[in-house]
Design a protein around this ligand. Structure first.
Ligand SMILES: Cc1cc2nc3c(=O)[nH]c(=O)nc-3n(C[C@H](O)[C@H](O)[C@H](O)COP(=O)(O)O)c2cc1C
Length: 224
């Protein structure tokens, strides 16, 4: 029992056998291992209802002191998408044209990316995840949020898996620096752009870079 003046409710979860646990955890791993960042989108529409479900799944993520310090801007307006593309390309042209170090450009080479961000126009939805650095109280004073980057990072991870689960694809995009987004979307001063994520169906002949993920031995350090 927890000692607090605030209400608590029972937590219930179906218990499953060890065998089923192994099967489920393996099939989930196999499923998420198929997720890829896709840069070739089709313009095939996706319903707003699907996008709302995906966002609400993302918004179930844990957050520091349960502050849920995120806003998801859900954009389908064609002229706004074009504006975002234009502004993103302006920044990316500068980044690829000298702002990024040689080492960074070398690391990006296998991905085949450049400053052209056609997908912002083509994908039916652009989701901009904003992180909320703080909240405003009713009297206009500020109220802290906690572990904002960690919390919004988790929500973004949930978001990407929800996209995959819905049979769609996404690209985690960071047109850097991202301040132009706050202005273009007219966001309040307590919000900062975190990620710009096009969501939709893959183009018919979409390709992704052939990448290898780290092995179990590389990512797990055991203390038994
Ligand atoms: C924080 C973050 C920022 C990223 N920024 C970009 C980006 O600006 N442009 C891009 O094409 N991919 C971007 N990516 C996608 C990565 O390149 C991609 O996740 C990585 O190459 C692994 O590929 P996968 O997602 O298909 O497994 C970003 C990913 C993360 C997590």
């Amino acid at each position: 029992m927890t000692s607090t003046d605030f209400p608590f409710i029972p937590y219930t979860q179906d218990s499953i056998s060890e065998k089923e646990m192994i099967e489920r955890s393996k099939s989930f791993y196999e499923k998420v291992d198929k997720r890829r960042s896709v840069r070739d989108f089709s313009d095939e529409p996706v319903s707003k209802e699907v996008m709302e479900n995906i966002i609400m799944a993302a918004s179930t993520a844990p957050s520091g002191a349960h502050k849920q310090p995120w806003t998801f801007c859900l954009i389908s307006n064609a002229s706004l998408k074009s504006k975002l593309r234009e502004l993103a390309e302006e920044e990316e042209k500068k980044s690829y044209g000298g702002r990024m170090s040689d080492e960074w450009l070398k690391d990006l080479a296998p991905l085949g990316t450049d400053w052209v961000k056609e997908f912002i126009d083509i994908a039916p939805w652009i989701v901009v995840i904003m992180k909320r650095a703080y909240e405003f109280n009713e009297d206009g004073s500020k109220h802290n949020n906690y572990y904002v980057t960690e919390s919004v990072g988790l929500a973004a991870g949930f978001f990407l898996l929800a996209v995959q689960n819905a049979g769609l694809v996404a690209l985690t995009h960071t047109p850097s620096p991202m301040n132009f987004i706050s202005k273009a979307l007219n966001r309040p001063e307590n919000e900062r752009p975190f990620l710009l994520i096009p969501v939709g169906h893959p183009a018919k002949n979409a390709e992704v870079p052939s990448l290898t993920r780290k092995s179990k031995e590389e990512v797990i350090h055991y203390y038994e």
